[in-house]
Write a protein that binds this ligand. Sequence first.
Ligand code: KMH
Ligand code: ZN
Length: 273
Amino acid sequence: MEKLIITAAICGAEVTKEHNPAVPYTKEEMVREAKSAFEAGAAVIHVHVRWDDGTPTQDRERFREILDAIKEACPGVILIPSTGGATGMTPEERLQPTELFPEMATLDCGTCNFSDDIFVNDMPTMRAFGKRMIENGIKPEYECFEIGHLDTVLNMAKKGEVPGAPMQFNFVLGVNGCTPATPENLAFLVNKIPAGSTWTVTGVGRGAFPMAACGIIMGGNVRVGFEDHIYLGRGQKAQSNGELVAKVVRLAKELGREVANPDEARVILGLKK
Ligand code: KMH
Ligand code: ZN
């Protein structure tokens, strides 16, 4: 089995300091959280940004400032800025971080319920995002919240509407209103991806560490972080993203899987030979 790539989704767009006071908003807080995750063993940081008051934004210059600061604090780390942003944002707003030519960015693969909201990713939106990523040489991380999302993006890849092989998928399971975080659902998805692809699993809420364990033993990769869950254990709020990553590192060690550093992760993801 390849080494395990751990992604830390340190901030997200929905979770707030009311849920967990360690959720980062400011540049300094973002750097603190990225560094804690990186030092604990994360090779990848998935980045959303906020204004200092916690409001989610896709502002290009805010992304530039925060991506640069994280790069400086975490040498070599792979950054995956979000093009999902928050529900209700326009496609144009969401696309701004792609203007910075990151090596990777998320590409959300379909519309879905998202708790009480609707996360809109219709076909014209996805085609525009795919085109931008092809033009700007960005490798997408294909975010699939629903089983149909995978089928959609595989068809788009066949038509050349999004970047093709080797594709990297992130199966985000357990969002309220979407596919539940179960081993059966994960196995169904993993069995459908083309040979040579890579995949990550993200378990939202209480599914976080059970899904991490599945990812480790099934040969996939794992995402954890405040975007997806805020607890280290039952009733125990994590004090940093680093604590969540450290728990995955411990699980991997117990289960006999080595953890990849950013350079090794780049090779596994096909970013580098
Ligand atoms: N905040 C969610 C509505 C992504 O980063 O691409 C979407 C999301 C996906 O977080
Ligand atoms: Zn995200």
